[in-house]
Ligand binder design. Structure first.
Ligand code: CA
Ligand code: CA
Length: 109
């Protein structure tokens, strides 16, 4: 499944442009600009499945670092600081990775 079949390519570009500078990433604003907040839970789940590149059922820290590439192949890598902050915000049960429920909750938060 390609991300562009779930979200609009224009919104993805806008969201990537908004956080082009290192350490500027804000997941709340990103999910809003990219249009994910307005999507149904089914669509949010599809996005999660794209971002879970190794199909482990979780977005691990290594996957989170490259999360923007899941939206567009030219997305930048998150910095270590951004990756850790993103993970801390999402990982409510503290197992070091993001499950589908944690992801869905974060998107709607
Ligand atoms: Ca994974
Ligand atoms: Ca977790």
């Amino acid at each position: 499944m390609a991300m562009s079949s779930i979200l609009s390519a224009d919104d993805i570009k806008k969201a990537l442009d908004a956080f082009a500078v290192a350490d500027s990433f804000n997941h709340r604003k990103f999910f809003e600009i990219v249009g994910l907040r307005a999507k149904s839970s089914d669509e949010v789940k599809k996005v999660f499945l794209v971002l879970d590149a190794d199909n482990s059922g979780y977005i691990e820290e290594e996957e989170l670092k490259f999360v923007l590439k899941g939206f567009a192949s030219n997305g930048r890598d998150l910095t270590d600081k951004e990756t850790k902050e993103f993970l801390r915000a999402a990982d409510k049960d503290g197992d070091g990775k993001i499950g589908i429920d944690e992801f869905a909750a974060l998107v709607k938060e």
